[in-house]
Ligand binder design. Structure first.
Ligand code: ADE
Length: 288
């Protein structure tokens, strides 16, 4: 094998507990950066989501941080560290903190799939969070949940801001690069509105330790938070990065619509839609 053909890298899926496998990575290229830059952490909850990013990296290596194995490399000439961060708020916040603190990261990007909430969006569209809310944190009564800022005791009046907002400056810079990204349509055999090009939308994403598989729950998330999408990690990572003083950017492609069919759509579309979020992340790293 020559350097021009690339090289295999040995990895394990399922949080490092799965069977070992190797992937061929693109040929290595020397970094043009004279001064080493602080890396950007790229977190994907699932191995399928991580692999959509892995193939875009150059100068790839692996590194252990405690018991966690991460991939180091470059994306568009920027130093990155990529990890399969696990599903749910605790797993993702713990891993975000571990990586960002150990490697002095300058930003954390969460890249993967989500359930669509806004009826104007379709499977395959990409949502970039301008605000992140933990929809399951708060005070639960027979009237429903009253959200509080995560970390604040959920008793009494909910006066605190419940959302983690992206800074207006970063939002503007991301908007400027995203407007030039054109996403390829999903393969027609998947049967998702053939011919409709995937859209990229900015808006609230809500996170909670629940897979949403109910029209009623989807409607509530839309009504209560004006959410465009729901997933299980982003707002928890934002809580962790706020403490570290670095931004959290959440970019998700829609694998399902969080309704009665979402448990069928999610496995059906996961691999097909994951590359769209990875494509948007590839464009966005240059402005972080
Ligand atoms: N991630 C992808 N689809 C989801 C859903 N329906 N609920 C929560 N997280 C998701």
């Amino acid at each position: 094998m020559t350097a021009a053909q690339g090289r295999p890298v040995a990895l394990r899926g399922r949080g490092g507990k799965g069977p070992p496998f190797s992937v061929m990575l693109p040929p290595q290229r020397r970094s043009m950066n004279a001064i080493p830059e602080r890396p950007i952490a790229l977190l994907s909850p699932l191995v399928e989501e991580r692999d959509a990013l892995l193939h875009r990296l150059t100068d790839v290596g692996t590194q252990a941080i405690g018991k966690l194995q991460v991939v180091t490399g470059e994306l568009q000439g920027h130093s990155v560290v990529l990890a399969e961060s696990g599903v749910g708020k605790v797993a993702s916040a713990a891993i975000a903190t571990l990586i960002a603190k150990s490697l002095d990261c300058r930003a954390v990007v969460v890249c993967g799939v989500a359930g669509g909430i806004d009826p104007a969006l379709a499977i395959g569209d990409v949502v970039i969070a301008d605000r992140l809310i933990q929809h399951d944190y708060g005070h639960l009564t027979s009237q429903g949940i009253r959200n509080f800022r995560p970390g604040v005791p959920p008793i009494g009046e909910a006066r605190d801001r419940i959302a983690f907002d992206l800074s207006p400056d970063l939002l503007m810079r991301i908007g400027a690069v995203v407007k030039d990204i054109v996403l390829p349509p999903l393969p027609p055999d998947l049967g998702v509105e053939p011919g409709r090009p995937p859209r990229i939308a900015f808006g609230p994403i809500v996170s909670g330790d629940q897979f949403i598989n109910s029209e009623e729950a989807r409607e509530r998330l839309r009504r209560d938070y004006a959410a465009l999408a729901v997933e299980m990690e982003g707002a928890a990572v934002a809580q962790a990065t706020e403490l570290l003083g670095i931004p959290c950017i959440v970019i998700r492609s829609l694998s399902d619509l969080a309704g009665a069919e979402s448990h069928l759509d999610f496995p059906r579309f996961l691999r097909a839609v994951a590359p769209a979020a990875a494509e948007v992340v590839t464009g966005v790293v240059s402005v972080l």
